[in-house]
Design a protein around this ligand. Structure first.
Ligand code: HEC
Ligand code: HEC
Length: 368
């Protein structure tokens, strides 16, 4: 039942324009049509990284991107003037924060695994890499667009906790922000508005693109880009049916599924997609996350209760009735870590922000 629903859902996803090979479809070398070398063997049909969907009323500009970056790092947005978006979505933690559940205002400690505090979120902080392609966002898909999502953390007492109109009033009182908003929205008589804050932050998020991973080089014809073990892992993803949900080339999909992840002990009542739709069959279903850039974004799942990628992979195979050998788990992890990671467009952290407040400090991190 579970399985047929998943297949049906992925059939819809196929019809919606994405194309993936069926499990075990065998080698297929496809020319990408650009005249470059043919694609090395792939277990699925080659699909190029899609064009970024950008809303017609919010085209990407340099001025908006710069303003969005400063707003993302500026703790002026929070009640305690210490928490910013980066507190839970840091470039040093895979655009997440290394914690099972995030710690918002009035927390103690730098961004990262040591941070503690009274205000915790109900779910694990998702990575923001490639969120431009996510369509509806949040684990339950309750925000339709990135622009809409920006208001979420303001309204949530355990995140920023501050009324967004108050924040905008503060921003309007800072000459540097007034100039930055004017440059970003030159046609607006009064550019410092909530909607323009949403547009600027969403534009900054659209710069978080990871499409230069080893897998991307491989499909462009560089056969040596993926080692033997990673290639084996890639074939296993196909054979095990992982790609019916984690659909290449983004390795995600707009599906919601119940992967039987045990609830976090502090959050026994998370109903997932049901909370957004009130449709009974959406109970405890969660959005399919991308397998790109998972190297730094542990712990995993909406609960953040699974610490290693290997455990997450074993769990996922188990849900579909497969027990993997250690070798198989390692091969899949290798493909994900070495084949699907690309942080070349990592944001450059500003040293100072226009409010004059301290940019949230990041904990020391041993690179993996
Ligand atoms: C205290 C931690 C915290 C702060 C601060 C925070 N977030 Fe988040 N963010 C989260 C958590 C947790 C989720 C998942 C919530 C859910 O799915 O219900 C999330 C989800 C998101 C998503 C959806 C991603 C996806 O793929 O579903 C985006 C985009 C996002 N945050 C951007 C921001 C921006 C922009 C800011 C600053 C205005 C911000 N966040 C501030 C913790 C935080
Ligand atoms: C039926 C759809 C489906 C299939 C098939 C599937 N997944 Fe998932 N996967 C999901 C969903 C949904 C989640 C999030 C579940 C949650 O947090 O409750 C997820 C989460 C994950 C995560 C954690 C990512 C993160 O950011 O937390 C990994 C890793 C993963 N899957 C790997 C795999 C592998 C490997 C396979 C094949 C063995 C697989 N998945 C098969 C839907 C699927």
């Amino acid at each position: 039942m579970q399985r047929s629903r998943a297949l049906f859902a992925s059939a819809l996803w196929l019809l919606s324009g994405a194309v993936t090979g069926c499990g075990g479809s065998g080698d297929r070398s496809v020319d990408d049509g650009t005249g470059s070398a043919a694609t090395p063997p792939l277990p699925w049909a080659f699909v190029p990284f899609p064009e970024m969907p950008v809303p017609a009323d919010n085209p990407i500009t340099k001025a908006k991107t710069e303003l969005g970056l400063l707003l993302f790092y500026d703790p002026i947005v929070s009640t305690d003037r210490e928490v910013a978006c980066v507190t839970c979505h840091s470039e040093l933690w895979g655009m997440s924060d290394g914690l099972p559940l995030s710690v918002g205002v009035d927390g103690v400690g730098p961004v990262g695994t040591g941070r503690e505090g009274p205000n915790k979120t109900r779910r694990n902080s998702p990575t923001l890499w490639n969120s431009a392609w996510r369509g509806p966002v949040f684990w339950d898909g309750r925000a339709e667009t990135l622009e809409e999502q920006v208001l979420g953390p303001f309204e949530t007492p355990e995140e920023l906790g501050r009324n967004v109109d108050e924040v905008v009033a503060d921003l309007a009182g800072i000459p540097e922000y007034r100039d930055l908003f004017s440059a970003a929205f030159p046609d607006d008589a009064e550019p410092v508005t909530v909607i323009n804050l949403q547009k600027a932050v969403a534009t900054f998020e659209r710069t978080l693109v990871s499409n230069r991973a080893a897998y991307d080089n491989y499909v462009r014809g560089d056969e040596g880009a993926l080692g033997e073990e990673a290639v084996r892992g890639m074939y296993l993803l196909d054979e095990l049916g992982c790609v019916s949900c984690h659909v290449p080339p983004l390795f995600d999909s707009p599906l919601y599924e119940d992967r039987r992840v045990p609830a976090h002990p502090d959050v026994p009542d998370d109903l997932g997609r049901f909370e957004a739709t009130s449709i009974d069959e959406d109970r405890t279903r969660f959005r399919v996350p991308s397998l790109r850039n998972l190297r730094e974004s542990a712990p995993y799942f909406h609960t953040g209760t699974v610490e290693t990628l290997e455990e997450a992979i074993a769990h996922e195979a188990g849900v579909d009735g497969r027990t993997l050998t250690e070798d198989e788990v390692r091969a899949i992890a290798k493909f994900i870590v070495a084949g699907l990671n690309d942080e070349t467009k990592k944001p450059v952290r500003p040293l100072a922000v226009p409010s004059g407040l301290q940019v949230p400090l990041d904990g020391f991190r041993i690179p993996r």
